[in-house]
Write a protein that binds this ligand. Structure first.
Ligand code: HEC
Ligand code: HEC
Length: 205
């Protein structure tokens, strides 16, 4: 009996330790771990390059999932090969906490694309089975941080459009078994992708 009891204690301890490492990152520690990221993503996560995503103010849970996916190769990013290789789970959590705590600088929409962009964002297209973006990314694009739905408001339109194309052709597949984003993006045409990407860039959360 005693050894079963001991095994139980060890298992519980293991669970507690696992919880400690899942307890979240330390933004202050993360600040010292992002030196190599700044050239592409900006020192505070506000990338100035339209093809590179802004990370500032993004949800912590979403960021950590992406970092894990990129590190494992489940999301392939040619420019980031090797970048995360030497980082521990705690490093990634600290980095996610750091970027989540930064303030995002805003982008703007192109006026001529607003009408179609707004329509796609708010209503999707029922006949063609395109769900409204608002349903998951929120009325103002802020996402849902606890659920891990990314903030897309204020993001570079170029980056957003590239992600939609990646989901559409299946070169980004880390949206889960349900293929949530692949299922939506593959039904969108290029005009709709560009319009919604521009609209989202101009949203203020
Ligand atoms: C040489 C440029 C470069 C460097 C250095 C770089 N990245 Fe990236 N990163 C990119 C690009 C480009 C993408 C988007 C690629 C795509 O189109 O999917 C990206 C995507 C990401 C994403 C996904 C964001 C999202 O909204 O889904 C995260 C998180 C990220 N990088 C974190 C980091 C961190 C942390 C570092 C430093 C340890 C780093 N990157 C270094 C270029 C870079
Ligand atoms: C059913 C929920 C749902 C709907 C509807 C939805 N999304 Fe998403 N979207 C998600 C989730 C969840 C992710 C994160 C996937 C992952 O973990 O990589 C995501 C990711 C994204 C990304 C990648 C963000 C980044 O930083 O790389 C973009 C861009 C995006 N969605 C745009 C849209 C647009 C535009 C629409 C409407 C046409 C839309 N989404 C509709 C749930 C949804």
């Amino acid at each position: 009996m005693k050894h079963i009891y001991n095994a139980f204690i060890v298992a519980m301890l293991g669970l507690c330790l696992a919880n400690v490492s899942l307890a979240g990152g330390d933004a202050a520690a993360g600040k010292n771990k992002v030196a190599s990221c700044g050239a592409c993503h900006g020192n505070d996560g506000n990338s100035l390059i339209p093809a590179n995503p802004k990370l500032a103010g993004q949800g912590e849970k979403y960021l950590l999932k992406q970092l894990n996916d990129i590190q494992r190769g489940d999301r392939e990013i040619a420019l980031m090969v090797g970048q995360l290789d030497k980082l521990s789970e705690q490093d990634l959590a600290d980095i996610a906490a750091f970027y989540a705590a930064q303030t995002q600088t805003k982008s703007a929409a192109q006026e001529q694309l607003v009408e179609l962009g707004r329509e796609m964002y708010r209503n999707g297209n029922h006949e063609r089975g395109i769900a409204s973006c608002m349903g998951c990314h929120g009325p103002a694009g802020a996402g849902n941080a606890p659920a891990g739905y990314p903030m897309i408001a204020g993001q570079h339109a170029d980056y957003i459009a590239v992600q939609l194309r990646h989901f559409s052709v299946g070169t980004r597949t880390n949206d889960g078994e349900g293929k949530t984003m692949r299922g939506i993006a593959e039904r969108m045409n290029e005009n709709e992708i560009q319009a919604v990407a521009s609209y989202v860039a101009g949203l203020r959360d």
